[in-house]
Ligand binder design. Structure first.
Ligand SMILES: NC(=O)c1ccc[n+]([C@@H]2O[C@H](COP(=O)([O-])OP(=O)(O)OC[C@H]3O[C@@H](n4cnc5c(N)ncnc54)[C@H](OP(=O)(O)O)[C@@H]3O)[C@@H](O)[C@H]2O)c1
Length: 319
């Protein structure tokens, strides 16, 4: 796989990274239903065997569980991938999730993530959400200080807009931005991606398959039968009126993929990667066998005609 430099850092990353949200498991507000850790570990190992060299997780995924599972999956692995994790989403003794960008809170979070990940340094530490917005400066200055202290190697942001990134940049350069970006969520194309590109901020796109919706494995029947604690059951993308349009998009992805022997998931991720401002796509997998159905996206190129076809579909759907 062709590697790309992660913004101003010395890290070179594969076009696809492993997304570790779903492997956080059940029992918290943004769970994906129940999850078997053995499957999670097998899925991570499969990703590493396929050549993927970075994993994106967060403290809040499974309230620490995702980071622990990542550490278990890396036991005895000789060629370790880069570990990217996130701070700012915290939880109390009742497992209620809140947000904090206060220095003491971030420092506590960082120590907890280092412990769970069983490492001395985090390769990329990201602010998960710019919330509370008035504390962006305090949070970002804390990340910069932690980098100087050697606890983390590089610092990035997630879900920031241009104004918020400018505020952070006044304190310390940003290595990467992690925005939501997929065929059905293109809001960042107008201002955020061009800004990141101009400023040499790497873009690692999250939910490139719209959290499974664009893989071809999601149907109205399957959505209706999702477990009660799968957050997707209640999300607007998975409900009407958007659902029918989204599933129609999958039909187009399937038709394009068929011409190349590719899955709809590969076409969806290849489309994200076709944007030159995107450095990498974070692909979520939770069972062995899933990643092999997507990994081909790292090399697959959509033709200019196919890109126009997809664009036309959008123009029609928006009309
Ligand atoms: N910074 C943020 O605020 C933020 C927010 C969201 C995500 N992220 C990051 O981005 C990563 C990826 O996003 P995501 O997990 O939302 O979604 P995604 O990558 O768009 O979709 C992942 C889901 O698609 C399904 N899938 C994967 N491979 C498949 C295959 N070959 N065939 C059929 N279905 C397949 C799986 O769901 P099923 O097993 O249920 O079918 C999987 O959990 C996350 O893990 C996380 O690291 C960050």
């Amino acid at each position: 796989m062709q590697l790309k430099r992660l913004g101003n850092s010395d890290l070179s990353i594969t076009p696809i990274g492993f997304g570790a949200w779903a492997i956080g498991g059940s029992g918290w507000e943004f769970a994906w239903g129940s999850q078997d850790d053995t499957d999670s570990i097998a899925a991570i190992r499969e990703a590493l065997d396929a050549g993927i060299n970075w994993i994106d997780t967060a403290a809040v995924y499974g309230l620490g569980h995702s980071e622990e599972v990542v550490a278990r999956a890396l036991e005895g692995v000789r060629s370790r991938p880069y570990i990217f994790t996130k701070c700012s989403m915290v939880w109390n003794e009742h497992n209620e999730i809140g947000h904090s960008l206060k220095a003491d809170s971030i420092r506590r979070e960082c120590e907890a993530s280092l412990r769970r990940l069983r490492t001395d340094t985090i390769d990329l530490y990201q602010i998960h959400w710019p919330d509370p917005v008035e504390d962006i400066e305090e949070g970002w200055a804390t990340l910069a200080a932690l980098r100087k202290e050697g606890k983390i190697r590089h610092i990035g942001v997630s879900n920031f807009d241009v104004e918020q990134m400018k505020r952070a940049q006044a304190i310390a350069p940003i290595t990467s931005l992690q925005p939501r970006y997929s065929l059905i969520h293109r809001e960042v194309e107008k201002e955020i991606l061009p800004f990141a590109s101009r400023e040499n901020i790497a873009v690692i796109a999250y939910s490139p398959m719209a959290s499974g919706l664009l893989t071809g494995a999601m149907t109205a029947e399957r959505i209706a039968g999702l477990p009660a604690d799968d957050w997707r059951r209640h999300h607007a993308d998975f409900r009407e009126p958007q659902l029918s349009r989204n599933l129609k998009m999958v039909r187009l992805l399937r038709a394009i993929g068929r011409l190349h022997g590719r899955t709809p998931a590969e076409v969806a991720v290849a489309w994200v990667l076709s944007n030159p401002t995107v450095t990498g796509a974070i692909v979520g997998a939770r069972r062995p066998g899933q990643l092999p159905g997507v990994i081909g996206a790292a090399e697959f190129r959509l033709s200019p005609r196919e890109l126009v076809e997809i664009q036309t579909f959008f123009a029609k759907a928006a009309a």
